[in-house]
Ligand binder design. Structure first.
Ligand code: DOR
Ligand code: ZN
Length: 344
């Protein structure tokens, strides 16, 4: 039995740090093991220009623990007002990717994209600039069942984006269905996906059976177990097209345990450990390093990290909550539950 794992330092290709005081909590949690992270732009107001991204990056860097070399990779929030020139400027300011949220799909996305087709000139500029397109793949029409929204997005929008822009690198973020797995695996090598720990570990029973579990509520919502198994099989296959993206997304406890609870799982304190647990349970520990530390960097065209981290087989319990400096608290993902692997 494996008792210890050495991994090239992993990167988190999708997360939410938020802003202000929250950075004092979220940045150290991720920097403890991840060398880089792709930082989502759904702040209030959203990060819509290179200058906003640069200023946000400086606030994140200021929240790094002493001596940390952690590097945030910044993203732009697309709207129907985004211009090709915004893309050129953002790229020149170090922004690596732009995020497409369909308007209203998730947290702080009301200002996002109403018409995907109208963004075609922006996609063409992104392709020319070598900027990646990161996609929240869910339609938002009221008549489409929430469990079908990912597949509907793939069928109505993503297929077209990919077909019309063969040189554009596209990441379908936080995939949740066998439909997404099938789409990504059959697409060209310009198309990849991230997958979260919760979508590998859980299915919709973990959200709804025995009472509503608000801390397992995220978007796209957890799906039925057949989809969970398709995600597990995909990562266990060792495909380079699906890599680590936690979607760690903190919301204060009172906003999760609420009559209208926010979507998001704050997984930064346990994510790498839980991915290790999933891969071990799948008999695929030998595929963990490529998933966590090679495939994302390779897809983004960035160098792989040089140093390593160590995980040891030593069970610990995720805390029930985490105090914030404003007197509020966060309930971390997997709160109160045992995790088999510990970061050494
Ligand atoms: O669960 C989610 N939380 N999904 C998202 O797409 C956004 C995120 C957030 O920002 O809270
Ligand atoms: Zn996200």
């Amino acid at each position: 039995m494996t008792e210890e794992l050495s991994l090239l330092a992993p990167d988190d290709w999708h997360l939410h740090f938020r802003d202000g005081q929250m950075l004092q909590q979220t940045v150290p949690a991720t920097a403890r093991c991840f060398q880089r992270a792709v930082v989502m732009p759904n702040l209030v107001p959203p990060v819509t220009t290179g200058a906003m991204a640069q200023a946000y990056r400086a606030r994140i860097l200021a929240a790094r623990p002493e001596g940390s070399t952690f590097e945030p990779l910044m993203t732009l929030f697309l709207t129907n007002q985004t211009t090709p020139d915004d893309i050129v400027q953002a790229k020149a300011m170090g922004v690596v990717a732009a995020k497409l949220y369909p308007a209203g799909a998730t947290t702080n996305s009301s200002a996002a994209v109403q018409s995907v087709a109208a963004l075609q000139p922006v996609f063409e500029t992104m392709q020319a600039q070598g900027m990646l397109l990161l996609v929240h793949g869910e339609v938002t029409q009221a008549h489409i069942d929430i469990f079908d929204r990912e597949k509907a997005f793939i069928d109505t929008h993503l297929t077209q984006i990919v077909d019309r822009n063969p040189g554009l690198k596209v990441v379908l973020e936080h995939i949740t269905t066998s439909d997404a797995v099938d789409f990504v695996l059959q697409a060209s090598d310009r198309v990849a996906a991230t997958v979260t720990p919760q979508h590998l570990l859980l299915n919709r029973n973990d959200l709804l059976v025995g009472g509503i579990r608000p801390h397992n509520f995220c978007l796209p919502v957890l799906k039925r177990n057949t989809h969970q198994r398709a995600l597990q099989a995909a990562v266990a296959s060792g495909t380079a097209k699906i890599f680590l993206g936690t979607d760690s997304a903190p919301h204060e406890k009172a906003k999760k345990e609420n009559a209208c609870g926010c979507a998001g799982c704050y997984s930064a304190w346990s994510a790498i450990e839980l991915y290790a647990q999933v891969f071990e349970d799948l008999g695929a520990l030998d595929k963990l390093e490529a998933f966590a530390s090679h495939s994302g960097a390779d897809f983004y065209g960035l160098p792989r990290n040089r140093h390593s981290i160590r995980l040891v087989k030593d069970s610990w319990q995720v805390p029930d909550d985490i105090a914030l400096s404003n007197g509020e608290s966060l309930v971390p993902f997997f709160a109160g539950q045992a995790v088999r692997w510990r970061l050494a």
